[in-house]
Design a protein around this ligand. Structure first.
Ligand code: CO
Length: 478
């Protein structure tokens, strides 16, 4: 069996490099200036061991800086205990999403008393209270210098944090100086907890409880929804017995069970007071990513990328992704209307186009009922890895795509043109793996049409990663 080229390059190892001037073809818009910071795996190989799942691996940060039509690039492994153990001792020392360290039964038992969670914060990036943070689903945030990409240290975490998981998708509201995230506390009495942090307070790193809800068997939660007045927790029926998780007999995600009979429960909270507004159940589904949420006519409208079940997680094991005919279940844009007073949830399919890693013009359109355009990666056929960028018009349901033979784009990040009127006046940035050449490039698309404007070609591959952010006030070095 031949491993497909995208898997050989996309799940291999990235070298650490810094390039002052990356060759650009096409013409970058004059207004486009700032830095795209991205997070993701830098290697899946440690010593003679290989991580097992796309969501494992050692964190690597990337920075593409754009100014005056030129591009510079640098990357660096996140300097963590997990990375030090891999580099210095050649071993996987901490449990990841679906990979555990090699441990004896005795060591496993002892780990209950001396828990070790990974600090390889590889999933996303956020700027909270002027700190640049690498985020993981363990509540460990690693602060880094956005210029040098050197790690500054772990913030907002101590040993008592064990037994908690969080999302890598905090909601940020600049107008209210708020950062809100969702934490699951596992224990004899497990809880979902919304935490709110005042972003004006430079000392605030963990925030305070805003809303809590007891849960017997917590669900795997990757994101949540926030509208102008509400927070919404969509509790999918992929659930875990917290005692199994605390014993940690198998890798983290493999403790969860799919129980569709529970349905999907929408828990709605008042955003200002934290008061519980409503819990209402509907048919079972699964999602990693919320897209947006807003109030309309007495209802909370919740858009997400939904799946019929949680099989997508299994499709991301590396041995599956390395099969020539891998099949990834297609996620689609689904809208749930949750009446705020009473009545059942109504669901509609917004588009049939396969989409993941959804993004929008977050700064302007998050919580807005006028939000219209969603960007993401998609699947051209029923087999293979994400091989196109898509844009879905929520008003018409129509979709636009960009693809090129042998190319595998990462998350599309929208950057608006300063002074724009139209929502999609700007560019979409994506780091694309050219599997045939074994190299990656920064792709710049016209956000209105998804036509290519420019690309900046690296001499090496960037591994297939997850999430990033663009900061227009973050210049490149020098
Ligand atoms: Co995510």
């Amino acid at each position: 069996m031949t491993t497909p080229a995208y898997a050989r390059h996309g799940f291999g190892t990235s070298p650490e490099v810094a390039l002052d001037d990356v060759p650009v073809t096409g013409r970058l818009p004059e207004w486009l200036a700032g830095s795209l910071l991205r997070n993701g795996p830098g290697t899946f190989q440690v010593g003679d061991r290989r991580y097992r799942h796309w969501f494992d691996g050692l964190a690597m940060l990337h920075r593409f800086s754009i100014l005056d039509g030129r591009v510079s690039y640098a990357n660096r492994f996140l300097e963590t205990r997990a990375y030090a153990a891999a580099r210095d001792e050649g071993r996987i020392a901490y449990p990841e999403f679906a990979t555990d360290p090699c441990r004896s039964l005795f060591a496993r038992a002892m780990a209950v008393f001396d828990p070790q969670v990974t600090d390889s914060a590889k999933v996303a990036i956020a700027r909270v209270a002027e700190r640049y943070l690498a985020l993981a689903e363990t509540p460990i945030q690693v602060q880094f210098d956005p210029q040098t990409l050197h790690s500054v240290g772990v913030v907002g975490w101590d040993r008592s944090t064990f037994g908690r998981m969080t999302t890598v998708h905090p909601h940020l509201d600049a107008s209210r100086h708020e950062a809100i995230n969702l934490v699951t506390r596992y224990g004899a009495a497990s809880q979902y907890v919304f935490r709110r942090l005042d972003t004006r307070d430079p000392g605030a790193v963990r925030g305070a409880d805003l809303a809590t809800r007891r849960v017997r068997r917590p669900a795997y939660l990757h994101s949540f929804g926030m509208s102008a007045r509400h927070l919404v927790l969509a509790e999918f029926p992929l659930v875990v017995d917290p005692m199994a998780l605390l014993l940690w007999l198998r890798p983290y995600i493999e403790n969860f069970r799919w129980e569709p009979g529970r349905g999907t429960r929408f828990h709605v909270f008042d955003r200002a007071s934290g008061a519980h507004v409503r819990t209402v159940a509907t048919d079972a589904c699964f999602a990693f990513h919320h897209v947006n949420a807003f109030e309309a006519g007495g209802e909370l409208v919740v858009d997400l990328v939904g799946y019929d079940d949680a099989a997508v997680i299994e499709s991301f094991y590396l041995h599956r992704l390395e099969e020539p005919d891998v099949r990834i279940p297609p996620g689609t844009l689904r809208r749930f209307r949750v009446p705020l007073a009473s009545g059942p949830v109504r669901q509609e399919r917004l588009s049939d186009t396969a989409i993941e890693l959804p993004s929008l013009d977050y700064a302007r359109m998050n919580t807005s009922h006028e939000h219209r355009h969603v960007y993401g990666v998609g699947l051209r056929g029923e087999r293979g890895f994400y091989d196109q960028l898509v844009k879905v018009d929520l008003r018409s349901g129509a979709s636009t795509t960009w693809w090129a033979p042998g190319c595998y784009p990462g998350e599309g990040v929208f950057v608006g043109r300063p002074g724009r009127v139209a929502e999609d006046d700007g560019v979409v940035l994506s780091v694309v793996l050219d599997a045939a050449r074994g190299t990656s490039f920064l792709l710049v698309l016209d956000a209105a049409t998804l036509a290519e404007i420019a690309r900046a070609e690296l001499p090496h591959p960037v591994l297939l990663g997850y999430h990033g952010q663009f900061y227009d006030d973050l210049p490149g070095p020098g």
